[in-house]
Design a protein around this ligand. Structure first.
Ligand code: G1P
Length: 271
């Protein structure tokens, strides 16, 4: 049962400067809607009923965005605009499902995930990286189906350009299970082009077992001095935990870089 989703939001967003110098990237509008709401919609549609946001003190405005009831109530009282009422209802719906935890030092996704340990209720949970939008097909929902069938961890996968592998976690595959799913033999965080075992990249959707916390708590810093979930996943695979890579069918949009962010709005406006 996958009922909880984790969304790390404490990153600094330097690739989107100057837009992110005072404003969190996850609230930047993409075709008239904050990027984070696309991620929330995906979670809810996939059947998740609790979402854990990992934020930092610097990004408390994200909390305010979902807790601004007094502001909405006063506006609605003065002017009962159906559009505003509808938007407020949507925010209220999300608010009831979101819990906030803090990661005040940007020490990596692995460190962020570790902060949620005591809130995880079931054996498996979903994690989504908000820079990665997947449109047209609900990737989380499809991954949950695979998890139900194989009772194991699942990660989203996409082929990337061979000269760009050092931007991603890269898989090697042992066995194809079917057209879209494969058994992962190994995964390496941001390998050099010459060392990369393939150009199959990890995209920011993970179904993880809570066993990962045992690995994360001892995880040493990796690439760039950060604690990467990929390094703990690598260790879990070595210890014979099954991880399946899922080649998702939706359209991938990278909204963590300036070029990708601008392109995301264009692409979504065409959907
Ligand atoms: C993170 C992961 C990486 C993965 C990527 C997907 O990297 O560490 O393995 O391929 O997300 O977007 P980041 O984007 O935080 O550098």
């Amino acid at each position: 049962m996958i009922k909880q989703a984790i969304i790390p939001l404490a990153g600094l967003g330097t690739r989107l400067l100057p837009l992110t110098s005072v404003f969190p990237k996850e609230l930047l509008p993409i075709n008239g809607k904050p990027g984070i709401e696309y991620i929330l919609d995906e979670c809810i549609e996939a059947g998740v009923n609790e979402i854990i946001f990992i934020i930092s003190k610097k990004k408390e405005i994200i909390k305010k965005y979902f807790n601004n009831d007094n502001f909405y109530k006063s506006i609605i009282k003065k002017k009962s605009d159906p559009r505003i009422i509808k938007e407020y209802k949507k925010i209220l719906f999300f608010k009831k499902k979101i819990k906030f935890v803090y990661q005040n030092k940007p020490l990596g996704t692995g460190d962020a995930l570790l902060k949620t340990k005591k809130f995880i209720k079931n054996n498996y949970f979903l994690m989504l990286l908000p820079d990665d939008l997947i449109m047209k097909k609900n990737c989380s929902k499809d991954m949950i189906k695979i998890h139900k069938k194989y009772k194991c961890s699942v990660m989203a996968s996409m082929k990337v350009k061979k000269n760009n592998v050092d931007r991603w976690g890269i898989y090697s595959i042992t066995k194809n299970l079917d057209k879209l799913n494969f058994k992962i033999a190994d995964v390496t965080e941001k390998p050099n082009t010459k060392d990369a075992p393939s150009n199959n990249a990890v995209i920011g959707r993970y179904i993880l077992s809570k066993k990962i916390f045992n690995y994360l708590k001892n995880q040493k810093k990796g690439k760039g001095g950060e604690i990467h979930i990929t390094d703990s996943i690598k260790q879990m695979i070595l210890d014979e935990n099954l991880f399946i890579g899922h080649k998702f069918k939706g359209k991938y949009l990278d909204c963590g870089s300036m070029h990708g962010y601008i392109n995301s709005a264009l692409e979504i406006s065409k959907l």
